[in-house]
Design a protein around this ligand. Sequence first.
Ligand code: SF4
Length: 119
Amino acid sequence: MAFELNICRILLPKMCFVVFFHIFIDIILKFLQPTPVNNSPMETKKNVFSNEEITVTFNPRKCMHAEKCANGLSQVFRTAIIPWIDLDAAGTQRIAKQVRRCPSGALQCVVHKTAPQVA
Ligand code: SF4
């Protein structure tokens, strides 16, 4: 009986130490693993809208959801329809002007050289 108690007194702390050490190492390894970067084309392409005259990109991570775009040009920036940006619903220069008003920078655009220029 005394022998068994001695074994418990010696082995139990060592076993506890091993278990906690493994848990500690697992936690450390989880923090050290690099965060996966999502560079898949699907992720980026679904927020790129383009026609012959203009390309508009939308970064949902930057969007403040202030709906300035939808309030300013609702026929192009539609909140309840997919795809939510319809570049054929207004003139290119008008769309570019509204994109530049985006307070967060979530909306960006490039006006192509083929687009009619405003004098
Ligand atoms: S204007 Fe910009 S920040 Fe505001 S809802 Fe539209 S995309 Fe988002």
